[in-house]
Design a protein around this ligand. Structure first.
Ligand SMILES: C[S@@+](CC[C@H](N)C(=O)[O-])C[C@H]1O[C@@H](n2cnc3c(N)ncnc32)[C@H](O)[C@@H]1O
Length: 217
């Protein structure tokens, strides 16, 4: 695929447990979704920890996974390399980057993966129908998005869906209030379990990056 001169790429490499590496293109210009955020690395590596394996098999094998706010797509791509059938989603303007990154890593994918437009709060999520898992990394960061984001989660999940959410705690400006408001609204509809840091990947963990599992009540 020819690369437009207006948006040069720089790469992020993430080594997988099996020694292979994900290669993720990031854009030098564009909005926040154009680069890989630390929370995305932390959750990607968390998905490879022992607690996701049963009898040597990854629990994502043949399971349906939807990622929201995928940005570069790294988290969904990791899930697809672990055997899941994944839909990565984001705004229209991220679709080209998502498609390029899927293409870049297709030799590692053992499940399947496709990219779709999903804007939070727009009633399109039901088309993605009750996946086994929903993944989200660093999606809690601006006030106007909180209610639409939670609406989308409510619409997307079924009674058995497990949401795995990772975010970086930011202490500047109104970030603490945004994070607090998110969990306040969320807890009205979802049960939330915080994953202790000892269960995160030993190398890719940080005191200010949190992981939660959540289920619709
Ligand atoms: C901070 S970035 C995180 C990207 C990626 N998950 C990561 O951690 O590297 C937040 C992502 O949420 C997406 N996003 C923001 N508002 C959105 C909305 N209203 N609907 C859908 N996606 C949205 C952005 O486009 C961006 O890709």
């Amino acid at each position: 695929m020819a690369e437009p001169r207006s948006c040069p790429y720089f790469h992020r490499t993430v080594e997988k447990r099996d020694g292979s590496s994900l290669l993720i293109k990031q854009c030098t210009s564009g909005d926040v979704g154009c680069v890989v955020w630390d929370a995305a690395i932390v959750i990607s590596k968390y998905l490879e920890t022992d607690c996701f394996y049963r009898n040597g098999e990854h629990i994502f094998l043949n399971k349906s996974v939807v990622e929201i706010g995928s940005g570069t797509g790294i988290v969904g791509i990791m899930a697809a390399t672990l055997g899941a059938n994944v839909t990565v989603t984001d705004l229209e303007e991220l679709q080209d980057l998502l498609t390029r990154n899927i293409e870049e890593n297709k030799h590692l994918i053992t499940g399947s993966i496709e990219a779709k437009v999903l804007k939070w709060g727009e009633k399109k999520a039901s088309g993605l129908g009750c996946p086994d898992y929903v993944l989200m990394a660093d999606c809690i960061y601006y006030e106007e998005s909180l209610e639409p984001l939670i609406e989308t989660l409510k619409e997307l999940v079924g009674p058995e869906t497990c949401i795995i959410c990772c975010y970086e705690e930011r202490t500047m400006g109104i970030n603490p209030q945004i994070q607090e408001a998110f969990f306040e609204i969320l807890k009205l509809h979802f049960d939330v379990e915080k994953i202790p840091i000892e269960k995160h990947d030993e190398e890719y963990r940080s005191e200010d990056i949190h992981i939660f599992h959540m289920w619709k009540r």
